[in-house]
Design a protein around this ligand. Structure first.
Ligand code: ZN
Ligand code: ZN
Ligand code: FE
Length: 814
């Protein structure tokens, strides 16, 4: 996301840029231009070339594009998909072939990207026409798997035009839009390899498919009402209530009446309900067992988004991008009439997105109001993928099911993006972004490395013969069904990208399900410390793995190399080497990780650590504020003082919890980071004041050669904050001061550690205020700052860091 100086060249991107242009046609010394192989002595002899193109070239309208280009130069030959990408043979006059090669890549279809072009001269055999050949299916898979893409403008116009033959057809797609990764069973991406293979095109669709002048020329998902997928509305028992157009209008009626509708979207089921209906939204929360986690809102169009929220240019672009993520934006005041407050309780943000598919667009067009559109699952369970699963998982939640007969191959939740420091940052990598190619990782000779990720927000990453990819968000691995999906995702990824697991890489924490799974495989395993993996994920994303860096990795918790729970770490990272140079003073967690659900307990533990009389049993002032009864407070105090069932953590996330519990009356949280989100929402804008958090040099068990470990003592800051509360100061100012305190800490560490490159990673950097302030402060010190863009800063990005670690270590070993 943020960079110290945006004008400076970016190492990762620079490498990409070089890779992504087509190799220049070599200069020719002779009289004919261009290219030595064109140099036959005759100015326009017939020549032929075979080109191998790698990159995002399947499912994006690339072959039709090549066809049109080749035809415009009157070249003969063919284009076809291969497991490695696209192969082209062109034949014609030397000048025309050269012009074709130079034009190739200049005006690509919107979603296409060329990673590399290899060219070899072949014999000209007199071909006059250019064809699109069927795909070849041999060789290992190199090409990038195409991403699912939201409804494009062209298709949107057609479905709303009464004179168009696709008017109101909910599965309208073209070469630029529609399902891809979610429906592809195996590569290469061809209709026969997707779940569209079961629908044979009607004559009208087939004509479009074969007509080079048509925008559906070779659109693999091409379909219409006569030949394509059909809609149906089911009741909770799977009985058909209506089909086709009637199903659509009946679904609209149900939603208008405040009913909960399960809809089969692109990558799985979603639950829809009117966003303005307090009763309906509350009922959805109750049935879904999701008391307070914010719900995403789908709006009919951009005007609605502008009406509900303040949008920056970048947020607008992200909202309208083909990836179609949920974008976290600043809510405008007074929008309760359209989006009731229970949608995102206590927060000043809303997660908005535009209609993903024609089906969504038609529903929203009829409703003409925002709707809640949230993942089709119960609490911690995985997303429902097919109709049977939906009836079982969502039978107690939804009043009806809007389904269709195009199967979904893999579950893809909606992605979430937040714009921070002027850059979109992916917080949940799923539909539209997954699988994410990790361009900067050199994978040669490392096939079959599987990085297993963390435990929460689990995702895996792997290397195939020629690429490294980070796969889609799976979820938290507590629920047995989510663990099932975790294993399913790994199996699926190996089948799709080819290869077997030769080595696993996992977190240091032995109790993570992903770690246990990694160690059960019959292959060698490497473990990587959690925060090191966070830092490497960010470095890898920017192609800066080789450079030494100072990493601020602030998150919930992760197991440290000393056996304690870390989470407020300042690390010096270089390749596979990591040195901890600073952290927070440890904070007690009475009752261990269970305390995480109850921030007042963490706050109380922090007060006990002050060692004053604040936490004495008869001192009820702070107990009241935290909503703790005296007996509970006494038990906690005793646990901490005696060290019973108490773990210690250096987590910034937990310090956020403690401060949030003191400033906001929060009793219990239902999702990770909830209290921190409230604190961010609460913080006032207009202050640079902060608290003192002195650095104390701590001995590291006699390991003097590493220098001291600098611990930030948060106790003076907490005392000052309590005094401010006593004085009745505005809590919004105190919340802002707390954020500023952490920023100042980062600055003081950076000043002691003269490393030019700084990376920011970990779940705390989903906090926009914190991220933007830390970036600005370090920039002011003239440091180059890297933070996350596509790879999530939270544990969803861990696997990318683990994979980077393995590649660095592998390279050193060979
Ligand atoms: Zn389209
Ligand atoms: Zn058709
Ligand atoms: Fe983490």
């Amino acid at each position: 996301m943020a960079r110290a100086e945006s004008g400076k060249p970016r190492p990762g991107r620079r490498a990409d840029a070089m890779k992504e242009q087509s190799p220049p046609v070599p200069d020719c010394a002779g009289p004919c231009q261009p290219g030595p192989s064109a140099c036959t002595g005759m100015p326009d002899a017939r020549i032929a070339y075979r080109l191998h193109i790698r990159g995002q070239v399947q499912g994006v309208g690339f072959r039709p594009y090549v066809y049109r280009l080749a035809s415009s130069y009157r070249l003969g030959g063919y284009v076809c998909n291969t497991p490695q990408g696209v192969q082209i043979e062109v034949e014609g006059p030397a000048s025309a072939v050269a012009a074709f090669r130079q034009a190739l890549g200049r005006e690509l279809p919107p979603a296409a990207r060329i990673a590399a072009i290899e060219a070899e001269p072949i014999a000209a055999v007199g071909r006059q026409t250019f064809l699109i050949h069927p795909s070849t299916g041999v060789g290992s898979l190199v090409t990038r798997v195409p991403h699912d893409t939201a409804l494009c403008q062209g298709c949107r116009q057609e479905i709303t035009d009464p004179s168009d033959r696709r008017h109101r057809y909910p599965f309208t797609t073209c070469t630029h839009c529609g399902p891809r990764y979610s429906i592809v069973e195996q590569m290469p991406y061809d209709r026969g390899n997707t779940t569209m293979g079961r629908f044979s095109m009607c004559p009208a669709c087939a004509r479009e498919f074969h007509d080079p002048a048509d925008r559906r020329f070779h659109a693999q998902t091409n379909a219409c009402d006569a030949c394509g997928p059909r809609l149906a509305l089911w009741d909770k028992n799977g009985r058909i209530l209506a089909s086709g157009e009637e199903a659509l209008s009946a679904a609209v009626t149900l939603l208008r009446r405040g009913r909960i509708l399960a809809v089969k979207g692109l990558g799985g089921f979603q639950l829809l309900v009117r966003a303005d209906d307090f009763g309906a939204v509350s009922e959805l929360r109750r049935r879904k067992k999701r008391p307070s986690k914010p719900l995403a809102v789908m709006v009919p169009d951009r005007t609605w988004a502008e009406h509900l929220a303040y949008l920056s240019a970048c947020e607008r672009r992200t909202l309208e991008s083909p990836e179609n993520p949920i974008v976290l934006v600043q809510r405008r005041p007074g929008v309760e009439a359209y989006v009731c407050n229970t949608v995102a309780p206590r927060l000043d943000t809303l997660g908005l997105f535009l209609p993903t598919t024609p089906l969504h667009a038609l529903l929203l067009h009829s409703l003409a109001c925002p709707i809640v559109a949230t993942s089709g699952n119960r609490s911690e369970e995985p997303l429902a993928r097919d109709e049977n699963e939906a009836l079982i998982r969502l039978g107690q939640i939804a009043d009806a099911f809007l389904v269709h007969d195009r199967p979904i191959v893999r579950r893809l939740d909606d992605s979430i993006v937040r714009v921070m420091a002027g850059q979109p940052v992916v917080l949940r990598l799923a539909r539209g972004y997954a699988p994410l190619p990790l361009y900067s990782l050199e994978v040669e000779g490392t096939e079959g490395i599987l990085a297993c990720g963390g435990h929460q927000k689990a995702a895996v990453a792997l290397t195939s013969a020629s690429q490294a990819v980070l796969l889609q968000h799976i979820g938290d691995l507590d629920h047995p069904d989510t663990r099932l999906v975790y294993r399913e995702t790994i199996r699926d990824a190996l089948a799709l990208f080819g290869g077997t697991v030769q080595r696993t890489v996992c977190d240091l924490h032995p109790d993570y399900y992903s770690t246990r799974w990694a160690k059960e495989q019959s292959c060698p395993v490497w473990t990587v410390q959690h925060h090191q993996a966070h830092a490497l994920a960010c470095l890898a994303e920017h192609g800066a793995l080789e450079r030494p860096a100072l990493a601020f990795t602030w998150d919930g918790t992760g197991l440290g190399t000393d056996g304690h729970l870390w989470g407020g770490e300042c690390l010096r990272v270089h390749g596979r080497h990591m040195q901890r140079i600073a952290s927070l003073r440890p904070l007690p967690l009475p009752g261990g990780e269970a305390a995480i659900r109850r921030p007042p307990r963490i706050a109380w533990a922090a007060l006990v650590s002050l060692g004053d009389h604040i936490a004495d049993a008869d001192n009820v002032r702070w107990q009241r504020r935290l909503g703790l009864d005296p007996s509970e407070a006494a038990v906690l105090t005793n646990m901490i003082r005696a060290g019973l069932q108490t773990v210690w953590t250096t987590s910034v996330g937990r310090l956020f919890d403690a401060v949030a519990a003191l400033l906001v009356p929060v009793r219990e949280v239902s999702y990770e980071g909830e209290a921190a989100l409230w604190l961010e929402a609460l913080a006032a804008d207009d202050t640079d004041e902060r608290y003192e958090m002195p650095l104390v040099a701590v001995d590291r068990d006699g390991q003097v050669e590493d220098g001291p470990l600098w611990q930030a003592d948060w106790r003076p800051a907490l005392r000052a904050l309590l005094a401010d509360l006593d004085r009745g100061e505005d809590v919004a100012r105190l919340a802002a001061r707390f954020h500023n305190t952490l920023v100042a800490w980062a600055v003081s560490i950076a000043q002691r550690c003269p490393v030019g490159l700084v990376v920011l990673s970990g779940g705390c950097f989903q906090n926009r205020r914190l991220t933007e302030k830390v970036v600005a402060a370090l920039r002011a010190l003239d440091r180059e700052v890297l933070s996350h863009e596509r790879v999530p800063p939270n544990d969803g990005g861990l696997a990318a860091g683990q994979l980077a670690y393995a590649l660095v270590r592998h390279r050193k070993a060979t």
